[in-house]
Design a protein around this ligand. Structure first.
Ligand code: ATP
Length: 299
């Protein structure tokens, strides 16, 4: 384990933003931090980075408390995108890279590689304010990774991007992971977390409510999804014992069920009624788990 949070608490006045959070974030993997708005994700990141002080608990990186001397090892894409609108892209990157102890000529060399990769080479000498929001975000992502950090913290990296740019950034993040970067990121998009993360934590009002490996979290959730398409009315299944949720669809029904045994019973109750075109038992999605653990408070 490379990044460790032990019993970390942060209060703002009498509001507890993060409550006794203990997390072990493995090296060279992608770790997802999830939670509804206000759950405490950004506050956690700021404490990891030393921008905010934890009221209680300890945060260590390779066994050492994080301090300013580690800044060349760390990259951060903040949630509030903060570039200087009047600076040119190249000036901006050189300035930010110098804060990470990188030489300007090395920064410019890396910048060219990244601008090419993100297909925005023509913006190198443009002022930030002349770029679209999505392209500004790509620049800020470049600023977070240009010095090849060992630990990369990304707060909502894909928000506000079109689908093509989401894929482009995702690919960049996956490549960085494969090159050995340890990545922690927050997202409200469950499918991104499902696709990218081996391990994750769901925060709810500052408390960790689910954490561990994605596989294990899905397995221990117990409930499964059952999709049935048939040429007859399936609405009677909504009240079948062991069904916890149901949704009629154009082709049939989607059910959430308590266990596999329920699926067997349902199969028996449908086979004699007519032609069944599809009967699929699926793992729960991360979205199912999130909704159950965090509930209606999620937007
Ligand atoms: P979102 O998904 O909306 O970005 P988040 O999970 O990142 O949310 P945080 O920004 O960490 O949530 O906020 C956690 C809680 O702490 C919120 O209730 C927020 O209002 C409060 N909070 C955060 N920063 C401050 C601050 N500087 N002063 C007072 N309260 C704060």
């Amino acid at each position: 384990m490379v990044l460790k949070l032990e019993n970390v608490t942060k209060k703002f006045g009498n509001h507890t933003a993060v409550n006794h959070l203990t997390l072990s974030i493995p090296e060279k993997q992608m770790f997802g931090l999830l939670g509804a708005n206000g759950a405490g994700k950004t506050t956690t990141f700021r404490m990891i980075l030393g921008i905010l002080r934890a009221d209680e608990g300890t945060i260590t990186w390779h066994g050492q408390r994080i301090d300013h001397s580690m800044s060349p090892d760390i990259g951060y894409l903040p949630e509030e995108r903060g570039l200087y609108p009047k600076l040119k892209v190249s000036e901006q990157i050189v300035y930010l890279a110098r804060l990470r102890k990188m030489q300007p000529k090395d920064a410019l060399k890396q910048l060219d590689i990244w601008l090419d990769r993100f297909k925005i080479a023509e913006y190198k000498h443009k002022k930030v304010e002349e770029l679209s929001k999505g392209n500004q975000q790509k620049i800020q992502f470049i600023a977070a990774v240009i010095h090849k950090p060992k630990l990369l913290i990304l707060d909502e990296p894909f928000s506000g991007l079109d689908p093509v740019n989401v894929e482009m950034l995702k690919k960049a993040v996956i490549d960085l992971k494969n090159e050995g970067t340890s990545i922690v990121f927050s997202s409200h998009r469950m499918e991104h977390v499902e696709e990218l993360c081996e391990n994750l934590c769901i925060l709810h009002k500052g408390n960790p409510v689910v954490q561990g490996s994605l596989k294990e979290i899905k397995r221990s959730f117990g409930k499964k999804n059952l999709i049935i398409h048939a040429d007859f009315d399936l609405s009677f299944l909504a009240s079948h014992p062991g069904v916890t949720r149901s949704k009629l669809t154009a082709e049939g029904i989607e059910l959430q069920i308590e266990s596999e045994t329920v699926a067997e019973k349902i199969l028996q109750s449908v086979v004699n009624k007519g032609f069944v075109r599809k009967f699929v038992l699926d793992e729960p999605t991360l979205n199912d788990i999130f909704i159950e653990k965090v509930g209606a408070e999620h937007e």
